[in-house]
Design a protein around this ligand. Sequence first.
Ligand code: HEM
Length: 543
Amino acid sequence: MHSTINELPQRDLPVLSDYDISPKTGFLPVDPPLQILPDPYFAPWEETFEQFNGLLLASRLRQRVNELPMLDAARLVTKAEQRRAYLILCMLSHAYVWGKHELAAESLPEPLAVPWQKVADMLEIQPVLTHAAVVMWNWRLLYKDGPRDLSNLDTLGTLSGSSDESWFYLVTTAIEATGAPVLIKILQAIQFAREDDVVELKLELEGIRGIIEELVAVLRRMFEKCDPYVFYWKVRPYLAGWENMAEAGLPNGVRYEGVDNGEYKKLAGGSAAQSSLIHALDIAFGVEHFPTGHRPNKPVATTAHGTAHGAAHGTHTEASTTKAAPAPTTTAPGPTNFIKKMRFYMPGPHRNFLTHLTEVANIRQYVTAKAAETERTPEIEKLIEVYDECVHQIKVFRDVHIQMVTLYIVMQANRGPSISHGGFASPAKGPAATETHEKNGSAATATATHPDAKDAAPTAPVHAGNNTSATTTNKGSSILYPQKVLFGQPYGLAKKQEAGNDVVRGTGGTDLIPFLRQSRDETNETKIVATSSMATPRKASSA
Ligand code: HEM
């Protein structure tokens, strides 16, 4: 055995079942998620969830939520029940905060906040909408004995009530299902590397390559039934969390009433960047991600908003440079890279699995060591080739994903809404329109800008609290589209880009395209044999 191999850490390989992972269904639960909480005690949640698209449309969701009784999440016995409750509370809470044509609410009432925090603690996850909630625990099988693929999946809930949103989640659910068998193969590959078995390792990698190819094929299906306009303007705003959201009306995050003395929390929104599957692939193949613009072999890039490093952390966004009232905050810890930061939003067992996997991952190190041997056998040549093909497929996945983000986000942001609708309001000061919002007995005045109102000037937004009664006088608004007063203002994460401003941000405040390109390039650079001018193979020592 090669000496480098002997030096590898020999901690036991993770046992999938120890981490709530199945060899067959991967990070998805073995049984389909519950469609209803069995205990009638939770009927108020179920009934509100059943009606919540209609309540949201009628601008009555907040009212209904404020009428909810305080239920004790401790009565959720099984994991399946906890996941169902978490899904309901995620959707109700995000709908409550962002509203529909309403100002963002900066505090969540106790009947949502307290059980949400409690159930999140039970699942070792954060009380904010996550990939786990909307993708992993939000599906059912149309035919119970049928496959977990796009021919047999439906969602349990959506925020917009649209089939486009269902498709958006289900494609990702199908990716999780398709990728499930890769986990056991990764562990076997690590074992073969430990045993210095080039032939078996190569076979295992061939299997993995095939699975990643399938992931790419499923990813491409997003274009079939998820309309980019609907996604950007109707769905994405609700996926937003409350970190770097000053522009959308939440400079301090959101207060969870009855939790941690009602302190503000700043938490990022849902993103498939929280998919443990993609993290596992990166770890298995030794793909390393660095803060945007901070790559070991590249000069530090700067953006119009400061260093790209800052953008990756969301620390140089317009949001974070806005002067926010100092408030006690609970903020996610800030690891060095956005992708790693997303682990904070995974269910605890899956996050722990990734930590364990990182400790034992040896495939790149092994293949690199073999490649350095003075006499490469044909088997070794083949091994290097297959390893690089696996990495190449992860890179192709990211290529397709970048195309997707360009169509679904960048192009929509540049184009603007087809009618100047405001799903998400952050009014600016000006005489053209004035809204008065009463909260806790005191009145705050906000103004909304009409595009025709020449003398309108932006100001800090106000928030809707529990009491959402408001009087509105929109003198300058369009008769056909009264919501036109909101044109040009950010709607949660959906906003029209100003001409000349090409910085489009992700849920975590990332400067999107540079971040995604770097992630793709870092993947390519992991290859042992470089394949393009962009791709400088990384040094073996950094495996
Ligand atoms: C319409 C479809 C999609 C859009 C618009 C989209 C958008 C985004 C955005 C904006 C980011 C940047 C980080 C953030 O702000 O959250 C991101 C990251 C990411 N997305 Fe997606 N996404 C889509 C579909 C998917 C799917 C189906 C997957 C499959 C698992 C996926 C996996 C990832 C991953 C792994 C990252 C982290 C960056 C990386 O690893 O390169 N996305 N996505």
